[in-house]
Design a protein around this ligand. Structure first.
Ligand code: HEC
Ligand code: HEC
Length: 243
């Protein structure tokens, strides 16, 4: 793994902590002059929006993912994963440490129902042959390396499948490579059997660059909702998506 890949998330997390700090100071100051905001979900998730956007649309930061429209159980599984340490990003681990399952479920449902517009797809800076390789893996897989098509589980329009497979449109290429890299290096885990861990370990560095670059250039479909549960037969068993 290149030093750049190791350094950038650290920088992002330091930036994030600074944001939380200033957001806290701001609301303390504000609380003295303004009546408390009503206890709506929008008010409760204010601490999340600096990094994930007001409606979970994500931000310009390459490592802060879109949450909006991903299936509720997927988001819920991730919040639990951060709470139990199956995913590691200190600001996220810290924020959910003391939140109950019920509360995490409410947050997950809230963001799954948000429908903010998608960002303009990225203009890629990789070569046309790299993009073509990425498209090939995402849509058709690579049988010679037992890599199934990403679209077989994430859907033809890449908007995911209910109840717990996320969409892959609207994500930055650095975020996608960091997540696949985290599965390969063992810092991200999903409920066993962890199909993404198996798939990630069959991809080379070049494959990861290619799929991440191609995915980040894709436009979301007009109706960007996850496919109905069970509508795709997953080529591997995934613990988070029992069939
Ligand atoms: C300091 C910035 C920051 C704050 C504040 C923050 N997040 Fe995150 N969140 C991140 C980053 C960065 C990731 C990706 C971490 C990784 O590499 O796994 C993430 C990941 C997630 C994921 C998994 C997304 C996915 O597609 O897998 C969920 C769900 C999530 N955050 C929800 C929340 C909620 C709910 C809050 C508020 C309680 C919150 N976040 C606050 C930065 C933040
Ligand atoms: C056998 C089904 C399956 C296939 C094939 C598959 N995925 Fe996944 N993917 C999943 C599941 C299930 C999750 C959710 C795992 C979890 O709960 O953390 C996931 C999650 C992800 C995430 C995390 C998204 C986020 O917001 O953090 C990325 C990135 C991803 N997959 C990329 C890929 C790529 C790239 C391919 C093709 C090379 C691929 N997947 C093929 C089932 C699959």
């Amino acid at each position: 793994m290149s030093p750049r890949r190791n350094f950038r998330p650290l920088l992002a997390s330091l930036l994030g902590l600074a944001l939380i700090g200033s957001a806290g100071a701001f609301s303390a100051a504000q609380a003295q002059t303004q009546p408390l905001a009503p206890d709506t979900m929008a008010a409760r998730v204010q601490g999340c929006t600096a990094c994930h956007g007001v409606h979970g649309e994500g931000t310009d930061n390459d490592y802060f993912p879109r949450l909006a429209g991903k299936p509720a159980d997927y988001l819920y599984n991730q919040l639990q994963n951060f709470r139990e340490g199956r995913r590691k990003y200190p600001p996220m681990n810290y924020l959910v440490t003391y939140l109950s399952d019920d509360y995490l479920h409410q947050i997950a449902t809230y963001f799954s129902q948000q429908r903010p517009p998608y960002p303009t797809p990225a203009k890629s800076n990789v070569s046309p042959s790299t993009l073509a390789r990425g498209q090939q893996i995402v849509l058709n897989g690579d049988a010679s390396k037992q890599i199934p098509a990403c679209a077989a589980c994430h859907g033809k329009t890449l908007t995911g499948m209910q109840p717990a497979i996320p969409g892959l449109v609207g994500l930055h290429s650095d975020y996608i490579s960091a997540q696949v890299g985290a599965w390969r290096s063992g810092t991200r885990h999903a409920i066993a059997p962890d199909c993404m861990q198996q798939i990630a370990s069959r991809l080379t560095d070049d494959d990861v660059t290619a799929v991440a670059a191609w995915l980040s250039t894709q436009t979301a479909p007009a109706n960007p909702v996850p496919a109905p549960a069970g509508s795709l037969k997953t080529p591997l068993k995934c613990g988070s998506e029992p069939q």
